[in-house]
Design a protein around this ligand. Structure first.
Ligand code: ADP
Ligand code: MG
Length: 683
């Protein structure tokens, strides 16, 4: 068996089961080898009944000492009860819907029961334990069993057996890429042993050692990838944008004065783009802090020096909006801006591409398809990515890697804890816009239960009568576009019914074509639609200052950072703005989140609270933050290892920045495997 073999060829897998493995993202033998258990059942822990402790999962070796009682429970479930003893005490066992056991229990057999212990009065109990006879072939008692992330139709047993087959038959284990020296220095077991032991450890110390090695690898590879990528960028040169003083004139022409923070960040960017080393800068700034104009200042300088800039947004709606605002900003200066998006006709598209190629267009706006191979720039000097948390490390590399001779500016509204930003933005310099434009009114935020729905609608209707507009964020539905579309349509009907007839309501959701979405956004921005009912597609960046109310349904089901992003859609104009959250449940965590939202408008505070309330797992698990997904390492609980690997990566890169020394060949192959982009860059 080989790493590159299809999962189908593993004994006992076949077509049908392969399809289930695919759901878990497992296609090849390699994928299953790296599908690590999420936990273990310790069936090596065998206890006597007298020593049992409630809540512990253990094995008990005991025999039947009572008759087997069979009856139907209240809801029709089949219940089976029996008592077992090992001479030290009695264990009462209950099984639900376990008809298959009915005629198999015998009184002359010593069984092994594995399950979680509970205690009622003085009696120890187990519910639905695993039952095994010791002589049964392949008995699992006495072992530490892996528990895998699974999916409906694919049992733990199926995955275990497939994994076991691989471990027994694999001919080409991944190559050992850490030198003997490194393994000794950091006390790491060799890779093959780690891979075997993480699936089927013989003891917990073995597991710990395996995990340590695999977490080390995962973090090291990430840091080497990002680190050598940075060195790679620095080994290139980008156009020098000599005259940055012209930005002062641009600032003069704005209808408002820049904030101190905006000026500072523009200065940091100016200092970068005057050099021939490609800029790699991240601008962090809360929603509404005015990142667009900061990016525009840099593009202005590029254009004035004869160079082109590109600005990329995660969605077409956003690209369209940036296009509008940049046109407004640059029209007085006669700087031509073009928009490239998926809904344009072939002919129009060709014309725009030609303008980009000839250099006639100085600024090009689009989704990140803009930097695809097909679009040819005349002299691109600056590439700006907005709302980058939607893009991951790898996409960022892909973008910058294709344009290694270009200054890169990345803008994000999602702050992340500092320790982490050092890792995932390790290749970037960071600027922070920590000040909102003056005169912004705090958004008034309130949480309600279902009972207040009527009053909320009346409140919204009142503001619409005065000429304002509102967003309604639709109840959350499953991530299927078909269901989503239906849910939005139903909800639109409901909103229409509750609001006066004269109010115009339109919907926006993921299932709509890009052109349709744009059309709706346009009409909303022009004030032709009063109420925009939307799923979270409006979450990022959309700017309609006249909209001053956002109603969020099922607010309890959103994370804090996302609520904050949604709220950022309002509070952009002169009027007082409102964020009204409707909650179905008001218990513990939900109440806590609502309280935070009502108390603060500060994105940095909210991000910290979010981390605290959700727990690190969930926080980092969300793609929102652009944090790369780890197979086994945990950025929060393995913080120490993060520091260790950072140091190790730096030591390696200091000697060999692009991993080109022969001794690092295996390391480089492994990094390239993880970061495909990196591989193709260096080879
Ligand atoms: P974000 O940082 O969320 O991308 P935007 O760039 O969309 O924010 O800016 C939000 C709004 O604030 C825009 O309407 C913009 O014109 C306005 N704005 C930006 N900077 C200033 C400023 N210094 N003073 C007043 N308004 C500003
Ligand atoms: Mg923005």
């Amino acid at each position: 068996m080989k790493l590159s073999d299809d999962i189908r060829y593993i004994k006992g897998v076949g077509e049908k089961r392969a399809a289930l493995f695919h759901k878990l993202g497992i296609f090849k033998v390699r994928d299953l080898l790296y599908h690590f258990p999420r936990g273990y059942e310790d069936r090596s822990l065998v206890k006597e009944i007298a020593d049992l402790v409630p809540e512990e999962s253990v094995c008990v070796k005991a025999s039947l000492v009572s008759g087997v009682r069979n009856f139907r429970g209240r809801s029709g479930t089949q219940v089976m009860q029996a008592s077992f003893s090992d001479g030290t005490g009695v264990l009462k066992v209950t099984w639900f819907n376990a008809g298959y056991l009915k005629n198999t229990l015998r009184s002359d057999v010593l069984y092994t029961l594995y399950g979680k212990v509970s205690k009622k009065g003085t009696m120890f109990e187990m519910t639905n334990p695993v039952l095994e006879t010791p002589e049964k072939e392949g008995a699992q008692s006495g072992k530490i069993l892996p528990v895998y992330p699974a999916t409906a139709g694919l049992s733990q047993k199926n995955i275990r057996e497939a994994a076991e087959n691989i471990l027994r038959q694999l001919e080409d284990y991944p190559e050992e890429f850490l030198s003997e020296e490194l393994r000794q220095a950091y006390q790491l077991v060799d890779l093959q042993k780690a891979l075997v032991d993480v699936h089927m450890p013989e003891s917990f110390p073995d597991f710990e050692a395996a995990r340590k090695r695999l977490v080390f690898d995962e973090f090291l590879i990430l840091q080497l990838g990002i680190g050598s990528f940075k060195k790679y960028r620095q080994s290139h040169s980008a156009p020098v944008i000599r005259d940055v003083k012209c930005i002062a004139a641009f600032a003069e022409g704005l209808p408002y004065a820049l904030t101190g923070a905006q000026k500072r960040v523009i200065n940091e960017i100016s200092a970068d783009i005057r050099k021939n080393i490609p800029m790699n800068r991240l601008v962090q700034g809360d929603v509404g802090s005015g990142k667009t104009v900061v990016a525009a200042a840099a593009m202005f300088a590029a254009a004035r020096n004869g160079y082109q800039s590109a600005m990329m947004a995660p969605t077409e709606i956003l690209a369209e909006q940036h296009y509008q605002s940049l046109c407004n900003l640059f029209a007085p200066w006669g700087i031509p801006v073009v928009l490239l998006n998926g809904s344009q006709g072939v002919k129009e598209r060709r014309e725009i591409m030609e303008k980009i190629r000839s250099g006639e267009a100085k600024i090009a706006v689009g989704t990140h398809a803009l930097i695809s191979d097909k679009v040819e720039f005349y002299n691109l000097a600056l590439a700006i990515t907005d709302e980058q948390h939607r893009f991951g490390v790898e996409q960022r590399m892909a973008l910058a890697g294709k344009n290694e001779d270009t200054h890169a500016l990345i803008m994000t509204a999602t702050p992340i804890p500092r320790t982490l930003s050092l890792v995932i933005y390790g290749d970037l310099d960071v600027s922070v816009i920590d000040e909102l434009p003056p005169g912004r009114k705090e958004i008034k935020t309130m949480a309600f239960t279902e009972k207040k729905r009527r009053e909320i609608y009346a409140f919204v209707a009142g503001h619409i009568q005065k000429g304002r507009q509102a967003y309604f964020i639709c109840p959350l539905v499953e991530e299927s576009e078909v269901i989503e579309a239906k849910a939005v349509t139903d909800y639109v009907d409901k909103v229409r019914e509750e609001l006066p007839k004269s109010v115009s309501v339109a919907a926006l959701h993921g299932k709509m074509k890009a052109a349709e979405k744009e059309e709706v956004m346009h009409r909303f921005a022009e004030g032709k639609i009063d109420v925009l009912v939307s799923t979270t597609v409006v979450e990022v960046g959309v700017d309609v200052p006249n909209a001053n109310i956002i109603v969020i349904e099922n607010a309890e089901r959103f994370g804090l950072s996302q609520l904050h992003q949604l709220r950022g859609r309002v509070g952009r104009g002169k009027e007082q703005s409102f964020c009204l959250m409707i909650c179905q449940s008001t218990g513990g965590l939900a109440a806590e989140r609502m309280k935070v939202m009502c108390e603060t408008n500060d994105g940095f505070v909210i991000s910290e609270k979010d981390l605290q309330l959700r727990g690190p797992g969930e926080f980092f698990g969300t793609r929102q933050h652009g944090v790369p997904e780890m197979q086994i390492g945990n950025f929060f609980t393995d913080m120490d290892m993060l520091a260790v690997t950072q140091q190790a990566a730096q030591t390696i890169l200091r000697r060999d920045p692009l991993l080109s020394l022969p001794e690092n060949a295996a390391l480089k192959r492994t990094v390239s495997l993880k970061f495909e982009q990196f591989g193709s860059m260096l080879n």
